[in-house]
Ligand binder design. Structure first.
Ligand SMILES: NC(=O)c1ccc[n+]([C@@H]2O[C@H](COP(=O)([O-])OP(=O)(O)OC[C@H]3O[C@@H](n4cnc5c(N)ncnc54)[C@H](OP(=O)(O)O)[C@@H]3O)[C@@H](O)[C@H]2O)c1
Length: 288
């Protein structure tokens, strides 16, 4: 029985990165669809759930991606609404690599420290990766500040994550130097999740922060998000702080991504979103 993964992307052109990892994760065949919307996904769900007998349904799975987290969440919700009784297949949401990237980064942080009572700042946290990273940090017990250049965007992201996962996040604007300094005050953890090629932090804005213990930058495209960290840093000490660059934790992100794809084919009723993917990443990290 072939393992078929339907790669459903909310963007017009399905991301090739996700297709490659889908094969590397164990799918025998990957079928890619672009421009997938909550209103159009129903027929694809029907085709996936009505074709194979109960014991063989686990060999079909759905993988939702795209650059817009809200659109991905809406497609996931629509898919779940179409399921009934045992007419379901496993589904994973990973818009822009959000959950797998965030899970890898936060699992590395959690390897170094207990997060309860730590203050974590997710810089430019309004994108897919930042939103999910903020959720995972909060699930681990950290006090989390999610920033944006605009306060209303940060507030919208925090409210969206509260509704979806029940976590309380604090919104902060970092539109100017003073606001950024204020958001960073007392931070133990800084996770930069800004758009590719956007520098968010100069070295002199973090090197002397007394409480800061760890910095992680998700941006792999120069200029990097945090100046003073190298792309391949993995637990590298700089100015007394532990530093991770995007490539430094990116290998583990790919391991987690592949493991999630493999897991989809273990049962026909899994929903892999932030908490489930983070749990898997922590277990994989513990086994390292
Ligand atoms: N290392 C890995 O394995 C891996 C995997 C996947 C993704 N990534 C990287 O992770 C990062 C986050 O991905 P994402 O998809 O969540 O990012 P995104 O949605 O493209 O951008 C995140 C946020 O960056 C802010 N931003 C955009 N342009 C900016 C500018 N010119 N100046 C300051 N802020 C700006 C925006 O926030 P506001 O408008 O609210 O300020 C935006 O919501 C990216 O760099 C991506 O390449 C890494």
């Amino acid at each position: 029985m072939k393992k078929i993964l339907f790669h459903l992307d909310t963007d017009p052109i399905p991301n090739t990165f996700d297709t490659v990892v889908a094969y590397d994760g164990g799918a025998d065949h990957v079928s890619c669809r672009g421009n997938v919307k909550p209103s159009t996904v129903g027929t694809m769900v029907d085709g996936a759930v009505f074709t194979r007998p109960p014991k063989l349904k686990k060999h079909t799975a759905l993988f939702v991606t795209g650059s817009n987290m809200g659109e991905g969440e809406a497609v996931l919700a629509s898919i779940r609404n179409h399921f009934f009784d045992d007419f379901r297949v496993s589904v994973m949401l990973d818009s822009n690599g959000s959950n797998t990237t965030a899970a890898a980064a936060v699992a590395y942080i959690a390897r170094h420290m207990t997060l309860t009572d730590k203050r974590a700042v997710v810089l430019a946290g309004t994108g897919p990766v930042g939103q999910r990273a903020a959720v995972m940090l909060a699930l681990e017990g950290a006090e989390v500040v999610l920033t944006s250049r605009r306060l209303d965007r940060a507030e919208t992201a925090c409210e969206s994550m509260r509704r979806r996962f029940g976590v309380a996040l604090m919104a902060a604007a970092t539109g100017d130097h003073a606001a950024l300094e204020q958001a960073l005050a007392g931070a133990n953890i800084v996770l930069a999740t800004g758009a590719a090629g956007v520098q968010l932090l100069h070295e002199d804005q973090w090197r002397d922060l007394p409480e800061l213990e760890i910095l992680i930058d998700a941006n792999a495209t120069p200029p990097l998000g945090i100046r003073g960290i190298a792309l391949a840093d993995r637990a590298t000490r700089r100015h007394g702080k532990l530093c991770y660059g995007a490539i430094g934790f990116g290998g583990f992100k790919l391991e987690v991504h592949r493991a999630c794809v493999a897991k989809l084919f273990e049962a026909n009723d899994l929903v892999l979103d932030a908490p489930e993917i983070f749990t898997l990443a922590k277990a994989m990290m513990a086994a390292k």
